[in-house]
Design a protein around this ligand. Sequence first.
Ligand SMILES: Nc1nc2c(ncn2[C@@H]2O[C@H](COP(=O)(O)OP(=O)(O)OP(=O)(O)O)[C@@H](O)[C@H]2O)c(=O)[nH]1
Ligand SMILES: [Mg+2]
Length: 397
Amino acid sequence: MATNGTKQAGTPSGESSKARTTPSTRANDDSHRQKILVVGWRKAGKTSCIKTVFQQVPAREVPYFGVTQKIEKINYDSIVPLQIWDTPSNFELDQLEVPLSTFSTIVYVLDMQQDDSYHESILKFVHLMVRAYLVNPNLRFSMFIHKAEVLSEDYRGENYAEIQRATSEEIEDFPYKTLHSYAPNLDFEDPSTISLIINQLISEVKFSMTSVHDVSLRDAWSRVIQGSMEMLAAVESLLLDFTSHSSADNSFLFDIRSGVILATDNRHRTDDLSEQVTEYLSSFLQFRELYKPLTSQKPNGVNDKDERQDTNGAEVDGEADEDDEPRGWWDEEDPEEPWMTQSTRLLPNTTLALWQFTPYLALVVLLRTETWQTRRGTIEYNLTFLRQGVREILQVI
Ligand SMILES: Nc1nc2c(ncn2[C@@H]2O[C@H](COP(=O)(O)OP(=O)(O)OP(=O)(O)O)[C@@H](O)[C@H]2O)c(=O)[nH]1
Ligand SMILES: [Mg+2]
């Protein structure tokens, strides 16, 4: 896969900002990144939720993560550049070195096994939400109800419902007047002000059951990232057009390294289907190294990409590093180069086809085998328009 990891301005991705070595000004400037604050009880699984997805650490390594001692920021380049803040368990909002309003989302991780600490943990989350809401009513809130695989299915469902119910109750019962000093302009004596806050918070907070051992965690991150994508509606409508013109059943746009779904055409989509497609993508991508020689080798044997990239695809030298201008993947692209592509016949009648779409993105299309066999040319032709459309959207943001 030749272009895997060819990043804007040569920024190594999915790594701690502390360890960055790229000299690019853009790489050291975080202002273009959507900031996500990850908070939660001690040992709830905050670090695991981040590292297994955005740094591709295998789930078997999570028991060896040490206690997080201080805030750690993880930069991740995707359709939207992200900065994910991992926090220690004793984290307090007043320790933040930037205003709370600069975050786009707060993810609260709650350990589903620890039912004796649910109450305190939910109180902490609600307090955080209210404080955050008062400084930025547009902030989004997600709760990852984590380690779900440990409980039996019945018990899991009951606890999940109980946590949601308790969170709504705590939002309703919150002593809003105590936060008067954080929002002196709001009249906390006015019941309509309070009920507006309550309704907004209850309807805004999204719950997901998660586990590092299955695709549920990627699904939960998918909802978080989609919430941060201003261009989501535009990308979805391009996917819908592509899917219907190609007589396909469903299309999914994936972030390659994390395996997170960024957008779908949203037709007849179910969670089961998303899970299956996500699992397919992760299995297939285990073999992606095999695709490298195919696309990085020019027909005449000259392998110019390899001169500019290290084995992870990160640029090691050359123009991009000296150039402070943000560069799009299209600046690096050789139009003659074939894209990584693959298709798998799942059932006699169902085929999944995959194309690497940009250095970060892969498109997975689910369609009838007969359609794939008879209309592949049209589909690949339509794909050039879809790709062009996505490129235009990324250019204007
Ligand atoms: N069963 C199960 N255990 C998990 C899961 N995710 C994390 N853990 C375990 O939970 C423990 C804590 O994980 P961490 O990711 O270090 O939790 P943390 O919230 O970052 O912890 P601190 O930084 O110490 O507050 C580890 O022993 C992990 O093995 C999961 O999905 N399922
Ligand atoms: Mg931690």
